[in-house]
Design a protein around this ligand. Structure first.
Ligand code: CMP
Length: 140
């Protein structure tokens, strides 16, 4: 299996409840390394551009409002099979469907306020990492 990088976001519902450290611990315990990290309050334009792929979905407007409702922590995670590994550690998008012991099962408030985002494929990861980080910002 190859070493991969994936883009992770700790969302406003989690930063509001001061859960950044607990979530980073879950990621690290799951075999992922934080090789870049920044806390940022997204602008509306940034949220809309980041979630552009969902712009025709009924939840797009509400999602962009939620993602700008407070600070987020954007991260690059690195590890063996990191994209899939992170998805396992996060759990299903809807916390009601997430497995026991996953971040979303234990911390998410709702389908929208689901505590974390993770890239879903290598092409998405490349786009999402480049959205927030320059290569010099990533130190493995
Ligand atoms: P995320 O992995 O960040 O990708 C898109 C986000 O939209 C998702 O997590 C949820 O927070 C949010 N969302 C809200 N409603 C839905 C829905 N019906 N299906 C998928 N994602 C949704």
């Amino acid at each position: 299996m190859a070493v991969q990088r994936t883009l992770s976001i700790i969302k406003p519902d989690a930063t509001r409840r001061n859960l950044t450290g607990k979530i980073v611990d879950r990621l690290e315990q799951g075999g992922l390394r934080v090789v870049a990290q920044r806390r940022v309050h997204l602008t509306r334009a940034q949220a809309e551009a980041f979630y552009d792929v969902h712009k025709e979905r009924p939840f797009y407007d509400s999602l962009c409002s939620f993602m700008t409702s407070g600070p987020v922590v954007v991260q690059v995670l690195e590890g063996e099979n990191a994209i899939e590994r992170n998805r396992e550690v996060m759990g299903a998008t809807n916390p009601e469907n997430a497995d026991a012991g996953t971040i979303r099962k234990d911390f998410a408030e709702s389908l929208e306020a689901n505590s974390v985002h993770g890239s879903d494929a290598p092409e998405t990861a490349a786009r999402e990492i480049a959205f927030f980080f320059a290569e010099v910002d990533i130190v493995g």
